[in-house]
Design a protein around this ligand. Structure first.
Ligand SMILES: Nc1ncnc2c1ncn2[C@@H]1O[C@H](COP(=O)(O)OP(=O)(O)O)[C@@H](O)[C@H]1O
Ligand SMILES: [Mg+2]
Length: 261
């Protein structure tokens, strides 16, 4: 089991300018967690700490009982800007991650894994040989998701991955990630950062709201497994609408309180 325990986590990029303050959260293996908050509140910073790209100013982050020491291939990361090297084909980008993750594995076997994941995210095999500039934003993000899943990490960190996509592509990719998460056994623990309440409600099994910087968790809720909204029920189900209103109120309450200060 790969539980994540964040305890009294504080972080500042510059001395005494706290971005995150006293964040505590326990996430069980296999949860789909959405981190919601206004722009600039520290969501990406929290994700970078979980990725091991930054280190806590104080407090701890334990993954499966051990402190996170640095970046590791058992945590896959998907960013908004796709993170594909432009001079490599989509397939070579995926192979690079695979070769780092499985250095002793036969190349042919790794290529088969890359192609399998390209298909899994709804792309055709010829995409393997295409450069990122030859692909649409949605296809690039599908490749980034294929890369993240191909190294089979137990934890997946996604930072506003669909923020730059049009509404229809975004909806397709939300469904894709949701289906990949639900179908993978054992389930991956997902941290998904977004500022979109509806996206969070559609994807998450649990939602944490971060307040304005120096931010801490101002609200938390769980979405029961048997009551997950769908695109159809999302704006009809009274319980979901109530949750949606509460989330919007919580985010804005914190903003208005700061404006009135
Ligand atoms: N590398 C950095 N150095 C200094 N300040 C930073 C750095 N990265 C982000 N910040 C600041 O930290 C705060 C939180 O940023 P970020 O985590 O990117 O927020 P979010 O992802 O919620 O929009 C912002 O005020 C931002 O300007
Ligand atoms: Mg961000």
């Amino acid at each position: 089991m790969r539980d994540i325990i964040v305890k009294d986590l504080s972080f500042a990029y510059e001395k005494d300018k706290w971005i995150l303050r006293d964040i505590s959260m326990t996430v069980e293996a296999g949860e789909f967690v959405c981190i919601l908050g206004q722009s600039g509140c520290g969501k990406s910073t929290l994700l970078r700490l979980l990725a091991g790209l930054e280190h806590p100013g104080s407090g701890t982050i334990l993954l499966d009982g051990s402190p996170i020491k640095g970046a590791s291939l058992d945590r896959g990361v998907v960013f908004q800007d796709y993170g594909l090297f432009p001079w490599m084909t989509a397939g070579e980008n995926i192979m690079l991650a695979l070769e780092q993750r499985f250095p002793r594995e036969d190349r042919g076997r790794l290529k088969a894994i890359a192609l399998e994941n390209i298909r899994r995210v709804g792309l055709d095999e010829p995409v393997y040989s295409k450069l990122p500039k030859e692909l649409s934003g949605g296809m690039k993000q599908r490749c980034a998701i294929a890369r993240a899943f191909s190294i089979n990490p137990s934890v997946l960190l996604m930072d506003e991955p669909f923020g730059a996509l049009d509404a229809v592509t975004r909806a397709h990719l939300q469904d894709l990630v949701s289906a990949l998460w639900a179908r993978t056994d054992p389930k991956k623990t997902v941290f998904f950062v977004t500022h979109d309440v509806d996206e969070a409600l559609l994807l998450a099994s649990r939602i944490f709201v971060l307040g304005q910087s120096p931010s801490h968790i101002i609200y938390e809720c769980s979405i029961p497994e048997d009551h997950r909204p769908t695109r159809k029920t999302q704006f009809e189900d009274p319980e979901i609408l109530k949750m949606r209103n509460t989330l919007i109120r919580e985010i804005n309450k914190d903003v208005s309180a700061r404006i009135e200060d």
